[in-house]
Design a protein around this ligand. Structure first.
Ligand code: EPZ
Length: 433
């Protein structure tokens, strides 16, 4: 398993380009199952979760061709309307094929995702939504089966709580249902809006994406199209925080500042000087004074995104005062805290709240990655820690960040990926010190 070795203390400079959004690409790939025609998706990031989803589509019988970030999917026939356990256990977002398979074929058999490091991650709201659309569901042997032999019927679906992939799953299913579907308490994330734009290009009739109420008029079939995925706002936010935590002068390009308003507000409140350089670039300027502690509470969009909580918490270890970080979306999303403490951070957890006292000088150490965004938080801490920080199990990071070490090294970071027993690169690294 690969490791990262980081030598901290270098203020980042120059620019880093953002890749396409993983969390937009995943539902977009699933949406290709809704038509027998070719769908071409551009700006697809080359990360592990995407490769897992591409394998899953191929398993159902679709032709999937990937070339330099452009993916063509043609689901001429769905031979196996299922997502088997060996795929789903590596990526719970596989449940995104539930709605498209049920909508297209009237049948779906998807392995229950099981939990992950950050929480139980049930999909009961996805299942309830399909049942509202007339599917008969059955759970057995770790699988959820949905059947709608005479097709799905439009319905009024009110989500008990806001769910991003739940909204996406049921919106996709509803595009081919008979009649109108209204989704109430729908997620408002930019990735939901991007998916709706793709579906409309495919011939779906959708209004209200981006608001809490989405209306879908079912149609008999969808057709192929070409669509470019939106930039990854979480990757962009991670790099903005990298610029801030190192006190650098860094531009993050190919991003959409409108997707990052909550993060930008919290960073500015902490005393980070940030300017929106263009509709696709944000610049973090060198710090002129100490960072100030800021409280954040994670909420559904447009609130502060839970996927940037761990990264912002790392920044707050360098801020003067006490920052209260409240995680309201997932029940166990502080896995980065014990590892940050190994680097010297001063953090106390009390249920859904973490109290961060700063600033604390961080010193490099061996740390363990546990989940995607916690791992990103450890990279950020390593960039500012004195000495060498070694991250184990960086495969967690590879799930959602495209060549993160190359992008950071391109902005001056001293970060190197190594195979666990790879001495050769060490010499190169030491020579480059
Ligand atoms: C999406 O996950 C994202 N993943 C997550 O990003 C993100 O953290 C999350 O939304 C919240 O923004 C993708 O888009 C592929 P939810 P999702 O359903 O849809 C509970 C990353 O790092 N819930 O909005 O699975 C759930 O347990 C990943 O890129 C139910 O109870 O999240 C959670 O507490 C991590 N029943 C809350 O709702 C359900 O049926 C919000 O979850 C579904 C969800």
């Amino acid at each position: 398993m690969d490791i990262f070795e980081i030598h901290g203390g270098v203020p980042l400079s120059g620019s880093i380009a953002t890749s396409g959004s993983k969390n937009s690409a995943l539902p977009a790939l699933a949406a290709c199952l809704l038509t027998e025609e070719e769908v071409i998706l551009e700006g697809i990031p080359r990360v592990r979760d995407i490769q897992t989803m591409e394998k899953l589509l191929a398993h159902t019988g679709a032709d999937v061709i990937e070339r330099n970030g452009t993916v063509s999917v043609t689901a001429r026939r769905i031979e196996r309307p299922e997502a088997p356990y060996e795929v789903v256990k590596t990526m719970r977002a596989s449940s995104l094929v539930l709605g498209p398979l049920a909508g297209r074929t009237g049948r779906a058999r998807v392995s229950m995702p099981g939990g992950c490091a950050i929480g139980a991650r049930p999909i009961n709201l996805h299942v309830a939504g399909l049942e509202h659309l007339g599917a008969v569901t059955h759970q057995a042997h770790g699988y959820i089966e949905a059947r709608a032999e005479s097709g799905l019927r439009g319905a009024h679906v009110k989500f008990e709580r806001i769910t991003v992939t739940g909204t996406e799953d049921i919106m996709m299913a509803a595009t081919l249902a008979h009649g109108e579907t209204i989704l109430e308490n729908a997620a408002r994330e930019p990735e939901v809006v991007d998916l709706a734009e793709l579906l409309v290009k495919m011939g779906a009739r959708i209004e209200g994406a981006g608001t809490s109420t989405i209306r879908i008029q079912g149609v008999s079939r969808l057709h192929g199209t070409r669509h470019r995925i939106i930039p990854d706002r979480i990757e962009a936010g991670t790099f903005l925080i990298a610029g801030a935590i190192t006190g650098g002068d860094l531009s993050v390009t190919s991003c959409d500042p409108a997707h990052l308003e909550a993060l930008l507000a919290s960073m500015r409140a902490a005393g980070v000087e940030i300017s929106v350089e263009s509709p696709a670039a944000i610049r973090v300027h060198p710090r002129r004074g100490p960072l100030r502690s800021v409280d954040i509470t994670t909420e559904e969009h447009p609130g502060f995104p839970t996927d940037l909580q761990a990264q912002f918490l790392a920044l707050m270890t360098q801020a003067t005062g006490i920052s209260i970080i409240t995680e309201n979306i997932f029940e166990n999303r502080f896995m980065h805290v014990p590892e940050l403490s190994r680097l010297g951070a001063n953090i106390r957890i009390d249920g859904r709240r973490a109290m961060v006292a700063g600033p604390t000088p961080l010193s490099g150490a061996e740390v363990m990655c546990s989940d995607l965004r916690a791992s990103a938080s450890l990279v950020l801490a390593g960039l500012v820690a004195h000495g060498s920080t070694v991250l184990q199990r960086v495969y967690h990071i590879d799930r959602g960040y495209e060549s993160i070490e190359k992008k950071l090294a391109g902005a001056g970071a001293r970060i190197l990926r190594k195979g666990e027993h790879d001495g050769a690169q060490r010499r190169v690294f030491e020579a480059g010190q």
